[in-house]
Design a protein around this ligand. Structure first.
Ligand code: HEM
Length: 203
């Protein structure tokens, strides 16, 4: 067991096997009520939520842990964060954002309300309040994913010296990335009210 836990890859493989067993458990427990269509939706939601946890978890890591503590780290030790931890965190952060967006749009498409939610209910004269509510949350998420790929990541590449840029451009790029990361933190809580609540409140 310690052998498995010492290695992230083996740990994730075992975690995936247990996840598949949970679906098998549903198969056994549901008996004649088994629904393949429900499994497809549940699986898409699972993909969406694990991607979202990866993304927003790292967003909150940056905002709750890394940024507030950077000033306490002596200058000669700062490269450990800037050159090692931040680039690794940004890798999972930006691909988590892309996966969350794609699985979210796929979910809306699969459930047959992609256009309705993207137009925030306007398509049906705002008659379906769930489309309005979820659509607002989806737009917050879309803006957040846009911020990650179009503003935060390009500016972080300059700030962290991952691409060639004049040294004097770094502080402004770091500040811009920080402010948009903060904007995403601001949007994260209301966005999650729509994500986690629309099904229960209006489903
Ligand atoms: C990036 C843009 C996003 C889009 C387009 C999007 C889209 C959606 C859609 C369409 C649903 C409804 C699924 C259904 O009714 O079956 C949903 C649910 C959900 N989303 Fe998102 N989402 C986004 C971001 C996020 C983020 C960042 C998180 C963070 C974890 C998240 C977490 C959730 C959760 C927990 C649910 C509830 C699933 C359920 O009730 O079963 N979403 N999302």
């Amino acid at each position: 067991m310690a052998g498995i836990l010492s290695n992230l890859r083996s740990t994730i493989i075992v975690s995936l096997i247990l996840a598949v067993l949970m679906y098998a458990l549903y198969y056994v427990l549901s008996g004649s009520e088994y629904s393949g269509a429900a499994v497809t939706i549940a699986f898409l939601r699972w993909l969406h939520v694990i991607s979202g946890v990866m993304w927003i978890g790292l967003l909150w890591y940056f905002n709750f842990v890394q940024i507030p503590n950077m000033a306490k780290i002596p200058d000669d030790q700062k490269p450990a964060i800037g050159k090692v931890i931040a680039p690794a965190a940004l890798f999972w952060f930006r691909w988590g954002a892309a996966a969350t967006l794609l699985t979210g749009l796929a979910l809306a498409g699969h459930r047959g309300y992609l256009v309705e939610t993207l137009t925030i209910g306007a398509m049906d004269g705002f008659a379906n309040v769930q489309h309005v509510f979820l659509g607002l949350g989806m737009w917050m998420g879309i803006i957040m994913a846009f911020n990650v790929w179009v503003i935060i990541w390009p500016n972080q590449k300059i700030a962290l010296g991952l691409i060639d840029a004049p040294a004097e451009a770094k502080p402004a790029a770091a500040r811009k990335a920080m402010l948009f990361s903060r904007t995403n933190t601001l949007l994260s809580l209301p966005m999650l009210v729509a994500m986690a609540g629309s099904q229960t409140l209006f489903g």
